[in-house]
Ligand binder design. Structure first.
Ligand code: FAD
Length: 349
């Protein structure tokens, strides 16, 4: 029979790997603990608005990824965004211009992973807690002690700290490699408004996304925030109510891990108020909340040798992919999964 592969994690890396195997006609099954695929590219539905809580946009640099993104764009699953990116520094609000191509899923970020999941068998709501090796095959055990298998190969496409847990007892060297990749936490908040947001002096209404630089002159609380986007200014979402996604700085998130989500959301919104041009006031939000990503983005500098290997494999049929092996972006996660899928395809009998 053809080599069967299990993929744990249906984020963009696991899905890209799954699609590469499927394209080669190899059987593959994916498992994800979430309600749907998507992982850190997921979006949240509020009454009257959809907000992106993970990745806000993704850049395109690699030619293979560019070809894939162009196909998604032609099919209407992604669009260029933001058209107006601003940067707030000590000197105020400035248009940020560079040559980087940036895209977003339409009508929400999760449209990309939804598209990638098409044609793949994905078991959602299934948290894999243990791996078992028997007679040269792998079995997966989920949270209900249900057994899935047998599989010739298992791809672990989850954030590296979680991958380390699954590998313990099977591949100590790989588990150690996982532990060397630090995934840093990030608080992501949303604020929904019934009233329109004010026009900003010198900026106007046309701001879609804002990067906030560190500001040495301000109180540290103002430095909680690193990025803000307007969800109703994203392609496919015009006409939904006004809402903001507010991402905390990673250092700030580390320092406020145990804080209550509501308090975090307030702090991030207040930090944004503090960076608005003088005299501008935001209306009170009608819905406010926050989500903590415990493993938001790999620290590429701390990872050192471990990172930039694309993916990892063992001779026992286990393999690892995901952003942790390449870099902190959607593009890195896709490339990691895609390259692993190609490598697995190449050595399947
Ligand atoms: P994930 O998306 O995390 O996928 C892993 C999947 O595994 C998840 O779906 C999870 O549910 C599942 N899983 C975990 N453990 C188990 C288990 N035991 N059993 C079953 N399933 C399991 N990138 C950019 O390019 N641009 C940005 O602007 C950007 N901003 C970001 C902002 C935030 C707040 C965050 C959190 C990330 C951001 N990123 C950004 C990074 C980008 O989102 C990630 O690099 C990328 O989505 C990672 O994909 P992945 O497939 O490697 O992992």
């Amino acid at each position: 029979p053809p080599v069967s592969t299990a993929i744990i994690g249906a984020g963009i890396a696991g899905l890209a790997c799954g699609q590469a195997l499927r394209a080669a006609g190899l059987p593959v099954r994916l498992f994800d603990k979430g309600r749907g695929p998507g992982g850190r590219m997921s979006s949240r539905r509020l009454p009257g608005a959809v907000v992106d809580l993970g990745a806000q946009f993704f850049s395109v640099r690699d030619p293979a990824f560019r070809r894939r993104v162009t196909a998604w764009q032609d099919a209407g699953h992604v669009a260029p965004w933001p058209e107006t990116l601003w940067q707030v520094s000590e000197t105020g609000w400035q248009r940020h211009r560079d040559d980087v191509e940036r895209f977003i899923g339409t009508p929400r970020m999760s449209a990309v992973t939804r598209r990638l999941a098409e044609g793949l068998e994905v078991a959602t709501g299934t948290r894999i807690e243990r791996l078992e090796s028997r007679d040269g095959h792998w079995w997966l055990l989920d949270q209900h002690d249900e057994r899935h298998g047998p599989f010739a190969r298992v791809v672990i496409a989850v954030p590296t700290p979680q991958a380390a847990t699954l590998l313990a007892g099977h591949e100590p060297a790989l588990a150690e490699a996982c532990e060397a990749v630090i995934q840093r936490p990030c608080w992501a908040a949303w604020a929904r408004f019934d009233a329109p947001l004010p026009s900003l002096p010198g900026v106007g209404d046309d701001w879609q996304a804002v990067r906030l630089d560190l500001d040495q002159d301000r109180a540290p609380a103002a430095d909680a925030l690193r990025f803000v986007s307007r969800n109703d200014h994203k392609p496919g979402r015009h006409g939904q109510g006004e809402s903001l996604s507010l991402l905390a700085r990673l250092e700030w998130s580390e320092a406020h891990l145990e804080r209550d989500a509501e308090a975090v959301a307030r702090a991030l919104l207040d930090a944004f108020r503090g960076r608005l041009p003088r005299g501008v006031a935001l209306p009170e939000p009608t819905d406010l909340g926050a989500h903590l990503w415990r493993h938001a983005q790999p620290d590429v500098f701390a990872g050192g040798e471990a990172v930039n290997r694309d993916y990892r494999r063992s001779s026992s049929g286990l393999a690892l992919c995901g952003d942790g092996w390449r870099g902190p972006r959607v593009e890195d996660a896709w490339l990691s999964g895609h390259h692993l899928g190609e490598a697995l395809t190449a050595d399947a009998p």
